[in-house]
Design a protein around this ligand. Sequence first.
Ligand code: WQD
Length: 352
Amino acid sequence: MKIKKILVTGGCGYIGSHTLVDLINNGYDVISIDNNSRSDSDILKGVEKIVGKPVKNYPVDLCVFDDTHAVFQENPDIEGIIHFAAFKSVGESVINPLLYFDNNINSLLNILKCAVEFDVPYFVFSSSCTVYGNPDSSPVTENTDLKLPESPYGYTKQIGEQIIQQTINNCNIQSILLRYFNPVGAHPSIEIGEIPIGPPANLVPAITQTAIGKQTHLNVYGADYPTRDGSCIRDYIHVSDIAHAHTLALRYLIEDKNKENCEVFNLGTGNGYSVLEVIKTFERVNQKSLNYKLTKRRAGDVISIFANNEKAKNVLGWVPKYNLEDMMKTAWDWELKLNQDEQKKEKKANLN
Ligand code: WQD
């Protein structure tokens, strides 16, 4: 059977790079579009080390239609698209909403226009649990009412889902929306992981950068929430489990198993952990004491949310492999690797 070519947008990003690995290891031919505005193209060296073959990235801004269109003209055999490319910091989106609406919506519109023009049959969208807003209770299922998102980032994902659902009604694209909870950790090989650009907004890279001394302490944004220990609760899910779900979602569409032209799946472990519980787990697993301070709440934060993941399990056959301990261990091992690489670069620079 002919190997199918899949376009991964944001392939140099955290989840994108892990998904490139999973797709290639499952027999797909992949290309990436990533202008590295929020990613580091060096990550592809790690991908290539794991899979043993080069991966082509087009350094194109998806907000520029002509440049995006040119990639499809060069690759008319694209049979599937996995669209990751977007800005994703809840906190930053509250500070700069227009940056998020401009980037996340225009890039989606351009990639969809090309998908329609080039008759790409399969489209998987990187959505988010932020589309649920502040749910009345957890776990949330895919049928839980979508409340108003708590941040402009969440709005871009909720609007993005609507744009896709309305667009594909008039064409023969089959689509899946994957609602990630909190992706964390690093590939077990420790060849790829998260490379925050600037000070990390997300909890786990902020923990590992505090532990390694890149930042003096960790701010815990709020310890006065109505939760078991006062800190926010999230469903942390290993990035490699998230990546494999994309391969399963694509296979589900290619094998024509979907019942509707747009289906939604939650990607979480089904377990909710508080910020303080994550910190304690990190300290225990890695034998590191963390310097943290309880500070004021962060605008845009949801109090508590975790997933009901039965649909992804039963329909896609997806079973998360990694637990919170694995997530904390691989996240720390990756931070150590990043630090080691930086020290090697500094030593080399000093010698020259
Ligand atoms: C988690 C908790 C913070 C940093 C993420 C992604 C988003 C989406 C949903 C996929 C919150 C607290 C954080 C820090 C802290 N995923 N925190 N100190 O906001 O849930 O959103 O998951 O689409 O893309 O960003 O994740 O890691 O920023 O915050 O106390 O230094 O950790 O207040 O309660 P969030 P997060």
